[in-house]
Design a protein around this ligand. Structure first.
Ligand SMILES: [Zn+2]
Length: 83
């Protein structure tokens, strides 16, 4: 029972997962997403995979401090490429 205009909680969380995994999310949006993640196994799995990707990114370039938002930007690109 969702209206076409309103994104579902899963869709909203999906949008934020790169920021959360990279530690860049903040405020009410982050709190709402974390609340949803507690109840939704599918989104938790997605966050888990995103967090692993962040770890890999950081391992690949340990000597360079990435600019703020770097991980989130890369993650978004990676996640968007998925079917
Ligand atoms: Zn969900």
């Amino acid at each position: 029972m969702t209206t076409p205009d309103e994104p579902s909680p899963c869709e909203r969380t999906h949008e934020l997962i790169p920021e959360i995994a990279a530690g860049a999310a903040a405020g009410d949006e982050r709190a709402a997403a974390l609340c949803h993640l507690r109840a939704c196994a599918r989104c938790r799995l997605e966050l888990c995979e995103a967090a692993e990707t962040v770890d890999e990114l950081l391992t690949l370039a340990p000597e360079h401090e990435p600019p703020p938002g770097f991980e989130a930007a890369v993650l978004k690109r990676i996640l968007r490429r998925r079917p």
